[in-house]
Every structure is written in structure tokens, then in C-alpha cells.
Design a protein around this ligand. Structure first.
Ligand SMILES: Nc1nc2c(ncn2[C@@H]2O[C@H](COP(=O)(O)OP(=O)(O)OP(=O)(O)O)[C@@H](O)[C@H]2O)c(=O)[nH]1
Ligand SMILES: [Mg+2]
Length: 178
């Protein structure tokens, strides 16, 4: 079985590890997690690798999370990436401008002309910004005009699992486009 390498980036605490953990759990069983709480995580020091198997026939994804604390070193993982997921904490406006800068930097890098998904996480929190505000703050329309790749956007939550099936479908249907 061939595998596709997926780079997962995003600022500290945006929920990368939580999203990946839930995707892995989901791939094993269709049961939703019972409590609608986000999984417990620790900040990712350095890089963490996971193998995610989806679909029938099975498709394998080598998922690599680079911790938000490593933002200075993200570039060294660009070369190998065949797909990229950028996770945003939609309930943390103070982090949005830093996220925009990094998102732009990642997507405009020549090695990163690969399928890209922006995941607007933590939607279930009452403090989550309304979606139009998030789109504005992230300047997604401007971004789409200036970077080469098609950008998909999903709003969801690692806590309630909203749109995690969408992430799995996005992975399966875009893996051959890189
Ligand atoms: N309420 C809520 N909390 C979330 C959600 N996703 C993640 N969290 C919580 O946010 C915190 C940070 O999540 P992580 O997944 O560790 O964040 P990360 O992006 O991997 O952070 P770094 O590894 O430090 O870069 C943890 O306490 C998670 O449980 C969500 O959808 N909703
Ligand atoms: Mg992490």
C-alpha cells in the first residue's frame, strides 16, 4: 500500500494533536466519542508522526505534526509534504494575525504547492468567532488569489468531532492531486 505524507501545521494550542487523535480514533471505529470533550494532549515538542488508514480499499497517510513551538523550523518539513492541513483556533482572535502570517508563508513556499486544507477548530466553544469574521481575519479570499493551490476550508471541532469526517474525505479525495 503506498502512502501519502500529510503535514499538519498551526499555531501553539490550535488543536493539531487533538484533531489527529480524533481522526485516528475515528478511523478505528465509527462510534463518536461519548463526552464531546477534546482529547487530553500535551504541547508537541518537535515533531510527531502518526499512521492513519482510511477507506476501502485502504489508503495510508503518514501524518506529521510539527509543534507550534517549532514554527521557526517548519520549513525543513516542506520538501516531503504531499498534502498540508493548517489548524486554526477559531476561538482565539489574539492568535489570528500570527496564524495568517504563517499560513501565507507556508502556502506561498514553492515546495508547498500541494492540496491544502484550513481547519477552523474549536467551533463548539461559545467564544468561537462567527465564520465571516474568521474568514475576514484570515483574509482567506485574498490568500486564495495569491497562492497557487486550491485551498479547502472546513469549520469543525476536535471536541464534538464536527467535520472530522470531512477531513477524512478531503484526505481521500485530494491525495492524488499533489
Ligand atoms: N474546546 C476545545 N478544545 C480543543 C479542541 N481541540 C483542541 N482543544 C484543546 O486545546 C488544547 C491544545 O490542543 P493541542 O491539540 O495540544 O494543540 P496543538 O495544536 O497540537 O499544540 P502544539 O502541539 O503545542 O503546537 C488542548 O487542551 C486540547 O484539548 C476543540 O475543538 N475544542
Ligand atoms: Mg500538538
Amino acid at each position: 500500500m503506498s502512502s501519502t505524507s500529510v503535514l499538519v501545521l498551526g499555531m501553539e494550542g490550535s488543536g493539531k494533536t487533538a484533531v489527529i487523535k480524533r481522526l485516528l480514533a475515528h478511523a478505528k471505529s465509527e462510534e463518536p466519542s461519548p463526552d464531546a470533550l477534546p482529547p487530553a494532549t500535551q504541547p508537541t515538542m518537535g515533531v510527531e508522526m502518526y499512521t492513519l488508514t482510511l477507506g476501502k480499499p485502504k489508503q495510508r497517510f503518514e501524518v506529521k505534526e510539527v509543534g507550534g513551538q517549532m514554527v521557526q523550523l517548519w520549513d525543513r518539513y516542506f520538501e516531503d509534504a504531499q498534502m498540508v492541513i493548517f489548524v486554526i483556533d477559531a476561538a482565539r482572535p489574539s492568535q489570528m494575525s500570527a496564524a495568517v502570517i504563517e499560513l501565507y508563508r507556508v502556502l506561498s513556499h514553492e515546495a508547498m504547492d500541494v492540496p491544502a486544507l484550513v481547519f477552523l477548530n474549536k467551533q463548539e466553544l461559545p467564544t468561537a468567532l462567527p465564520l465571516p469574521a474568521v474568514h475576514d481575519l484570515l483574509r482567506l479570499a485574498d490568500l486564495a488569489r495569491v497562492v497557487p493551490q486550491d485551498i479547502s476550508v472546513l469549520e469543525g471541532s476536535a471536541a464534538t468531532e464536527q467535520s472530522l469526517d470531512g477531513v477524512a474525505l478531503w484526505l481521500q479525495s485530494n491525495r492524488d492531486k499533489s
